[in-house]
Design a protein around this ligand. Sequence first.
Ligand code: GLA
Length: 382
Amino acid sequence: MTTLSNARVSEMFAAFFGYQPVTTLKAPGRVNLIGEHTDYNGGFVLPAAINYNTYIAIAPRDDRQLKLVAYNFDNQSCTVDLDAVQAHNAEESWPNYVRGVVQELRKNGFRLAGGDLYIAGNVPAGAGLSSSASLEIALIRALLALSGEVIDPTKAALVGQAAENNFVGCNCGIMDQLISARGQENAALLIDCQDLSVRPVSMPADWEILIVHSGVKRGLVDSEYNQRRQQCEAAAAFFGQTSLRAVELDQLLAAEGKLDDLSFRRARHVLTENARTLAAAAALAAGDLSALIEVMLASHASMRDDFNITTPAIDTLVDILVEAGAGQAGARMTGGGFGGCVVAVAPAAVIPRLMAAVETNYQAQTGCIPTLIRAKASAGAF
Ligand code: GLA
């Protein structure tokens, strides 16, 4: 992948459209350190924005059209009439995100103006690193820069989420869009998804984040994801609640045998994951590596055994990292599940050992090809 930057994407715009853009904007992908499938249950998450972005170079047009070009799709282009009712087209991929964002911005009263846009990104797609959310947030910034409107970052996240829920068809929570909009350099954000409050949690300066793509293509993602969400809602309904956030762990444990086993396990994952996320934020802030490792491993086991969203290759990858870390590295699957990436956190001095172990053992044991990504906790789009 070509190295991308604002300057590089401006050049790509100029090469395609034959004139200079007025500006280039970007929004990052994210890695979730812990707190998986808790966001749509009103729970806690602890993601960090990463130094991989979607970039959009823009220039105004004097009509009511958007002309968009996507570098990552062989310079495929799409035109959107800002005055038309936007319709989802199942034959298309990325243009649906554009139409969804246009529709949701309009619904929320934002003025839009015509423009030429060149989009290029280096957030790996289908990896659980939120390339979709980074596209949505970058589009919101780009479209509002064209019309000269201002948006609050949390509102931008809600608009991006609504585009995905109402238009693209994934019933995702708020985590990915919120961290892409509001991430902070060298920190993870502890987000309370019930009231959308955020608290930056700095990482000790000598710790690093290593992301390993498992090479496993994520399959059936949207249908499995939406099904997990329904199962959580059904479990909450058993307790007469609309969200699992309103259910206490003791209450759940007392209902074992009365609540069906599947709902029980789904809810146990969510409630224990909320507690682990708070513990992880405290461990990160205190520089307590053993406490962080303990909750990361417990989180992975809970995703594997109670929420059933890991795959055998991902489980093997976590085992390889944990063994190589020998008590100095935490690791767990990150993101929605069914493939994608594993995240490890360890002192910088331990990272080369983890990388070597993945390179030596992972493909040999699973037949899958790993990609190693040393990521930095980075600033969000706003
Ligand atoms: C996807 C969704 C998020 C979140 C995670 C799982 O990334 O977009 O809202 O639910 O899965 O934690």
